[in-house]
Design a protein around this ligand. Structure first.
Ligand code: ZN
Length: 155
């Protein structure tokens, strides 16, 4: 079925792990916005992130990317298919700078030991604060961060 959703036009059977610029928008007729796909897993590998790990990474990235990029971060959200995340950033931020910020968060927050290191994981701040997986989040961030470092070294 034809659709106006940009990502539905991408052939997911050949899609690799990656950091993709998916769409650019203009908000309020002025602000350029860029939507990136942070694809942690190639869909064809059928090796999905667990919902608990996704929730953990969501909290870490939502908080620490804003420490790196400030209010340039508009939104960070998981993909329902559990292969990655969407990141929307104000468009005048260079893509390399965004990738470096993501790689930094991966490196700096992939050796967690206790849930207290996950920002916003309280009953006041989160809808399901006992739902997390530190071990899997550590492994997924390490893996994606190493991949990003390799790509950045070649850019
Ligand atoms: Zn939460």
């Amino acid at each position: 079925m034809k659709s106006k959703v940009a990502s539905f036009a991408v052939d997911h059977t050949t899609l690799d792990r990656g950091f993709y610029l998916r769409s650019t928008y203009t908000a309020l007729g002025f602000y350029p916005l860029r939507s990136y796909d942070m694809r942690f897993r190639a869909p064809r590998e059928k090796s999905y992130l667990s919902p608990e790990a996704i929730h953990t990474i969501e909290h870490l990235m939502a908080h620490f990317l804003r420490e790196k990029l400030g209010n340039k971060v508009v939104s960070f959200a998981p993909m329902g298919c559990k292969t990655g995340f969407y990141l929307i950033v104000k468009g005048w931020t260079p893509m390399r700078k965004v990738m470096e910020a993501v790689a930094d968060v991966c490196r700096e927050h992939s050796s967690l030991r206790v849930s207290g290191e996950i920002p916003g994981l309280t009953v006041e701040q989160c809808g399901n604060p006992t739902f997390y997986n530190i071990e899997e989040s550590n492994a997924a961030l390490k893996e994606y961060g190493m991949w990003l470092d390799e790509i950045l070294a070649q850019m």
